[in-house]
Structure formats: structure tokens, C-alpha cells
Design a protein around this ligand. Structure first.
Ligand SMILES: [Fe+2]
Length: 280
């Protein structure tokens, strides 16, 4: 199966703990994802490292504060800073989450799901269009893991997601681990989720670890990717083909080499899965 133009290979989230190591060893990976909010500053050491690393690697930007589903007005100050960083880094793309993080200017610092209904779709679509107009480019929205549902939801999460990305003309960052976590917590089929998502909209995959408490699963990003998530990744590759993939580790950060080894597993799985499709 041939890779599409938007495929940029296999990357890692850029973490402070690895700054020097990345510059010293120039690891074999294709790109880094940076958390936008961490670099909305003028000057300083992190910014110095960011630009030094950018000279050697393409980057994508990933935000956590857009709160696209909130009923508060869009934070134009935040968007101006996002645009400034975009001009500096020239990222391949910019992503944030399909969620809300608070109302009435209160930030819960949680990525909360929305009710899956027409009212929320219209609201989010309007805001995505405003953001894309302001930034002058399409954004990617990521599925969050969830631990609650709403009585006024009228459709599945994947139907809701498709409607938004199609009407707003944006793209999808599909977090495979989040699908697994939400499927376990809400007892739906992760495979149905993958099959339900529109094929042409996906531009990036996240792979991450979680904590499994038996009755429920939490998206902690502090472990290696679990076997069932690798299994789901195989299925995602079969459905979506070559999609740029990264390991997302946010806590309990191991040495860089450990994450590079985990990324090699992703590469191997993608090679095997997509070459099988090619020859069959
Ligand atoms: Fe993610």
C-alpha cells in the first residue's frame, strides 16, 4: 500500500527530559510533536532547545487549551499566541482535542467530552471554522478518552466526530489508546469505532499507555503501549493505511532510547500490516 502525501512517518512527543539527548544523539525518527502551550513564551531555555531541535526535525503542534466545545467565547489571546508559534515553527499541522475544558472562564484542566447531539455539532463546527479562518489553515481534532456520558446524546461518538470534521472541513487525530479506554469504560466496540470513522479525514495516530483497574481504565500516558492497543493499531492501519504515528508519553518519562524502541515496534507493525495488504 503506498503512503499518501500527508504521511510524514513516525514521531515522538518532545519532552524536556530529552532535549539535550536529542541534540547530542540526533535519534532516528521522522518528526516531533510539541505541546503548543509549553512554548508560548518569549525566549528562555526551552525556546532555545525548541529552535535548535527544529533545525533538524519537522514538527507538529499539539494544543490542550483550545476548548473548542466550551460555551465561552474563543480565547483570541490564546489563538494569537498559537499563530505566533505556528509562524515560528512552521509545523506540518496543528491539533487540539474535541472537548471542553471549562465554562465561565474556569479551566478544569480536564479534557471533557461533549454530548453527542446536533446542538453540540453546530456549536463546535462554527468554532472550528472561526479557528481555521484565523489561523489560515485546517486543524486536526483528537478524540479524548472519557469517563462520563450524557443523557442527551443522540448518536455514537464516531458519528458525532464525523459530522463535525465533515461540516467544519477539518481533519482527525485518532488516539488509538483513547478509543480503547473509552470502549472499555462505556462498553462499546472499539472495532466499530474504527470502522465508523471516515477514512479520508485521519492524519495522525497517537499511541499511549493506560492504567487498567479492571472495571475501568484511565488514560494515564505513563506506561508503555499495552498489547490490546497494539492490536487495535493493527486494525486501524488496515482501515486507514499509512498514517503518521507517534508515541505519546506524558508522565513517568523513560530514557529517550526506551521510547525509540517503542516507536520501532510501531514501525514494524505498520510495515508488516501494510505490506501484507499489499501482497494479498
Ligand atoms: Fe492523545
Amino acid at each position: 500500500m503506498t503512503a499518501p502525501d500527508h504521511f510524514i512517518g513516525f514521531g515522538l512527543g518532545l519532552r524536556t527530559e530529552h532535549f539535550q539527548d536529542v541534540l547530542d544523539t540526533r535519534p532516528n525518527l521522522d518528526w516531533f510533536e510539541v505541546v503548543s502551550e509549553n512554548f508560548m513564551i518569549n525566549g528562555g531555555k526551552p525556546k532555545h532547545y525548541l529552535h535548535a531541535i527544529r533545525e533538524h526535525y519537522p514538527m507538529v503542534m499539539h494544543g490542550v487549551s483550545l476548548s473548542i466545545g466550551s460555551t465561552d467565547p474563543l480565547d483570541m489571546n490564546y489563538l494569537r499566541q498559537l499563530k505566533k508559534l505556528t509562524n515560528e515553527l512552521q509545523p506540518k499541522w496543528i491539533s487540539d482535542h474535541l472537548c471542553w475544558t471549562g465554562n465561565d472562564h474556569t479551566n478544569t484542566h480536564d479534557l471533557l467530552p461533549l454530548p453527542y447531539n446536533e446542538e453540540a455539532i453546530a456549536h463546535v463546527v462554527d468554532r472550528v471554522k472561526q479557528v481555521q479562518d484565523f489561523l489560515g489553515r485546517k486543524i486536526l481534532l483528537e478524540n479524548v478518552s472519557s469517563y462520563l456520558t450524557y443523557q442527551n446524546s443522540e448518536m455514537t461518538e464516531w458519528q458525532f466526530f464525523n459530522e463535525i470534521v465533515n461540516r467544519a472541513d477539518c481533519h482527525i487525530l485518532l488516539d488509538i489508546n483513547n478509543i480503547y479506554v473509552s470502549a472499555r469504560n462505556h462498553d462499546f466496540s472499539a472495532e466499530s469505532y474504527l470502522q465508523g470513522i471516515d477514512k479520508d479525514k485521519v492524519r495522525q495516530f497517537h499511541l499511549a499507555g493506560h492504567s487498567d483497574y479492571g472495571d475501568y481504565v484511565i488514560d494515564t500516558h505513563d506506561h508503555a503501549v499495552a498489547d490490546p492497543v497494539w492490536q487495535l493499531y493493527r486494525q486501524a492501519l488496515k482501515r486507514f493505511g499509512w498514517i503518521s504515528t507517534m508515541i505519546e508519553r506524558d508522565d513517568n518519562i523513560p530514557p529517550l532510547q526506551t521510547l525509540l524502541n517503542e516507536l520501532d515496534i510501531a514501525r514494524e507493525i505498520a510495515d508488516k500490516t501494510l505490506n501484507q495488504i499489499n501482497t494479498s
